[in-house]
Structures are given as structure tokens and as C-alpha cells.
Write a protein that binds this ligand. Structure first.
Ligand code: SF4
Ligand code: SF4
Length: 79
């Protein structure tokens, strides 16, 4: 069994997800709070300082959306 405090680098967990976070760059102020709070280390910061969700590892827990102070993350149903 893979043991890790952060992202499950051995087992991709993205297939468990029912909801996926979608970031609205128009609303995002690049504060990095979503990056800080993601329990699975599934958010990275791009070269322009915007957060990017790594969907292979995101479980769709929605914590990033709850913690975002700008309401810039929506949780949408997986197809
Ligand atoms: S918490 Fe919200 S405003 Fe802050 S970087 Fe993440 S998406 Fe942008
Ligand atoms: S939904 Fe959960 S696992 Fe996915 S990026 Fe947001 S906080 Fe991380």
C-alpha cells in the first residue's frame, strides 16, 4: 500500500472523482490559498502565478472551492 502525506504519486486517484474543480481566472487573485489547502497536493502554480489543478490526482473533495476567498473555483459534475 502506498503511504504518503501528500499526493499519491504511485496510485493516480483522479478516477475516484465525481466533481472536478474549475478555476475562473477572471476572479482569481493568485493568492495561493487553494494550493495551500489542497489535502492531496493536486494544485500547482503556473508561470503566471495562477493555480492549476492536476486532475490525475485531484479527488474532487471541494476544499479548494470552499477556501477560495474570491469564489473563483466552481465544482462541476464529471461527465
Ligand atoms: S484560492 Fe481562489 S483566488 Fe486564491 S489562488 Fe486559488 S483560485 Fe485564485
Ligand atoms: S477538489 Fe480537493 S483534491 Fe481537488 S484540487 Fe481541490 S482541494 Fe485538491
Amino acid at each position: 500500500m502506498a503511504m504518503s502525506l501528500g499526493r499519491m504519486t504511485v496510485n493516480k486517484t483522479g478516477s475516484w472523482r465525481n466533481l472536478r474543480p474549475v478555476i475562473d481566472k477572471e476572479k482569481c487573485n493568485k493568492c495561493g490559498i487553494c494550493w495551500k489547502f489542497c489535502p492531496d497536493v493536486s494544485i500547482e502554480i503556473d508561470s503566471e502565478d495562477y493555480p492549476v489543478v492536476i486532475l490525475d490526482f485531484c479527488k474532487g473533495c471541494g476544499i479548494c472551492a470552499v477556501e477560495c476567498p474570491k469564489d473563483a473555483i466552481g465544482m462541476v459534475k464529471e461527465a
